[in-house]
Design a protein around this ligand. Structure first.
Ligand code: G3I
Ligand code: 9MR
Ligand code: ZN
Length: 570
């Protein structure tokens, strides 16, 4: 018998819910001394197809006094939670600092990384992939050091990096409170700082921009002179479990793809709009890079897709199409430059994308196109149409495209609210959303709800966003917080090479787990019972890369969503 709730906590004015997996009838919220501060009774919700539990819900929103509490009903006691006006401050710092710990190259500093410091890694030049590569052959070797490790592995993948950056930078564009988050990383000087009116040699970038610059600088190195962008740089196969500095495998650059190149144009044009307020020279470099990649796209109208060549075993980030990427590039270039030719391109790609989506759905073969969410709202590593839509929403123009986008976001947000009504957790997910990285499926949905709540507000959206965050932080039938170091029962064993090998008990805090996956797609996970309900297809085990890995683009959408909550939560 259990009671599940958000193990981090709530703002005083927030809706506050807990879910029982049994008929508790009545319950108390008790303070640290065990005194009851709130008494309530549960309501029966019933069973649902995602948790498999017969749920009873508790609503203690009326409790607004700051403090640390638990829920108690008979012998059943919940994890602790906090009610406070700064309840998410630590969580936000932690999830941002993870990007710092994931830095590759000569980029960590003992003063800031503390026990999680690692020596410089992956500093050698990369060779253009060739199965007959001769290690003695130094010509054509390229320096692409830097950036962030993608995930539990040490690969650095351009599309994944661009999408993680997009969540962070669009987060800043929608919620500039992100610029105030300090997470204890080395300061980076810039030429001026319009935001705090200071200028000259003492001006520094806000932490989030100093961190994002690490990945942007890496992507700039991944761009060829002709604008094309290498799809990834990795060793031939994943390294064994070892510290990054011990991985001395030859680094290879894999083929330029039109997805990576389009994502590059999109992210550099977006980054220009943010960095121009701090460092015009850097911003201009980004915009020039965006133009170079866009020109490559113009010169290469046919898609150049990617899948791993034979004898290569790292992530392939394969995509079924590059249209969503081209749409994102055009939309972002339009937002930044105002040049109508990009708006025309965006409209053209939007029509092509819808056509592709329709055909894929009719044929039942979606590839990696989400079967449900429309193609104008996708914000994942493969479907990036939604990111392009964000640029057009930020442009705030009244045109046909923007009105179609707003309609698509509203339709999707309404669909999500309907899904949320089907389970006691008020979780906006259906059973087929529990795939590899299900927590990102959720966070992408919460991004859509967050944006729609800004452009076309409806009182039904916020409670569903809140419930999604509650789920991620422990209100789920695994009774687990899927963010390390945040919550009494936070998971502890991510599939993450440094954590598995650094000899330190606790992983660094703030890592978002991939989460439950009905596919049970790794060897350890495949030993779990086959009839588990979707929400319970999870194991906190370091071998379970299909359930419990971490990646930059599972942390980044949480930064976006939490920025929205923190902005409106006080
Ligand atoms: O889109 C289909 C959907 O139509 C179908 O109903 C569903 C059911 O199987 O599958 C969906 O496809 C899934 C796809 O991701 C799209 O989300 C696949 O099953 C799933 O296997 C695939 O997982 C990806 C995984 O790599 C394997 O390719 C994850 O999204 C992706 O995050 C993950 O990325 C890895 C990198 O390769 C290497 N680095 C670590 C990183 C995280 O694990
Ligand atoms: O550690 C790898 C993880 O980052 C990837 O998501 C996953 C799928 O590409 O692969 C993991 O590496 C495994 C490899 O594919 C097979 N042998 C075991 C490796 C994990 O220890
Ligand atoms: Zn590295």
């Amino acid at each position: 018998m259990k009671v599940y709730l958000n193990q981090v906590g709530f703002y005083p004015e927030d809706d506050k819910r807990a879910v029982f997996d049994h008929d508790a009838k009545e319950y108390d919220v008790v303070d640290e001394k065990g005194n009851s501060v709130f008494h309530g009774s549960v309501s029966h919700f019933g069973t649902d197809e995602i948790s498999g539990d017969d749920t009873y819900t508790a609503d203690f929103s009326a409790l607004k006094t700051e403090g640390k509490y638990r829920i108690k009903s008979g012998d059943v006691i919940s994890s602790a939670f906090t009610v406070s006006s700064n309840v998410y401050d630590k969580l936000m710092k932690d999830i941002c600092k993870c990007f710092y710990y994931l830095r590759c190259g000569d980029a960590l500093d003992k003063e800031y990384a503390g026990v999680y410091y690692h020596e410089p890694c992956h500093m050698t030049k990369a060779a253009i992939y060739n199965p007959d590569f001769d290690p003695g052959d130094e010509k054509d070797m390229i320096d692409v050091s830097g950036g962030w490790h993608d995930a539990g592995d040490f690969g650095r993948y351009s599309t994944a990096g661009a999408v993680a950056l997009a969540h962070l930078l669009y987060g800043i564009r929608f919620f500039d409170n992100l610029l105030d988050v300090e997470f204890d990383i080395p300061k980076v000087k810039c030429e001026r700082n319009d935001r705090n009116q200071s200028s000259g040699k003492d001006a520094t970038l806000p932490d989030i921009l100093a961190e994002a610059k690490v990945e942007l600088d890496f992507l700039l190195k991944m761009q060829r002179e002709d604008g094309g962008v290498w799809h990834k740089v990795t060793t031939q196969y994943h390294a064994p479990f070892q510290m990054p500095e011990d991985d001395h495998g030859q680094l290879f650059l894999y083929n330029v793809s039109s997805m990576a190149t389009a994502d590059m144009a999109a992210i550099c044009a977006l980054a220009y709009t943010v960095y121009v307020n701090y460092d015009k020279i850097y911003a201009d470099r980004l915009l020039a890079a965006a133009h170079r990649s866009y020109e490559w796209l113009n010169n290469n109208q046919d898609s150049v897709l990617f899948s791993n060549p034979a004898n290569s075993g790292t992530g392939d980030y394969t995509e079924a199409e590059d249209i969503s990427n081209r749409y994102w590039a055009a939309a972002s270039m339009y937002e930044t430059t105002g040049d109508k030719k990009y708006l025309e391109d965006a409209s053209k790609y939007k029509a092509e994308l819808e056509d592709f989506d329709k055909k894929a759905k009719n044929s039942g073969n979606h590839g990696y196109i989400s079967a449900k969410a429309g193609c104008l709202v996708g914000m994942g590593w493969a479907e990036v149409g939604g990111l392009g839509s964000l640029s057009l929403l930020l442009k705030k123009e009244d045109n046909e495209l923007t009105s179609d986008i707003r309609k698509a976001f509203c339709e999707e947000a309404d669909r999500l609210c309907k899904s949320a009504a089907k389970n006691g957790f008020m979780l906006c997910m259906d059973k087929d959303d529990f795939i590899w990285g299900s927590n990102m499926e959720l966070l992408k949905y919460l991004m859509i709800l967050t944006v729609t709540d800004k452009t076309d507000p409806d009182p039904k959206y916020k409670p569903v966003i809140r419930a999604g965050i509650d789920y991620l932080l422990g209100c789920n039938s695994m009774d687990t917080s899927y963010v390390t170091g945040n919550g009494d029962k936070a998971y502890k064993h991510p599939h993450l090479r440094p954590t598995a090998t650094d000899g330190i008990d606790e992983p660094w805090p703030g890592l978002v787990s991939g989460g439950p996956n009905r596919g049970l797609q790794d060897e350890r996970a495949s030993k779990l019972p086959k009839d588990l309900p979707p929400m319970k297809c999870y194991l906190d085990h370091e071998d379970c890369y299909s359930l419990n890995e971490i990646t930059i683009y599972w942390n980044s959408p949480l930064v976006f969503v939490l920025a929205g909550i923190m902005n409106g939560g006080r």
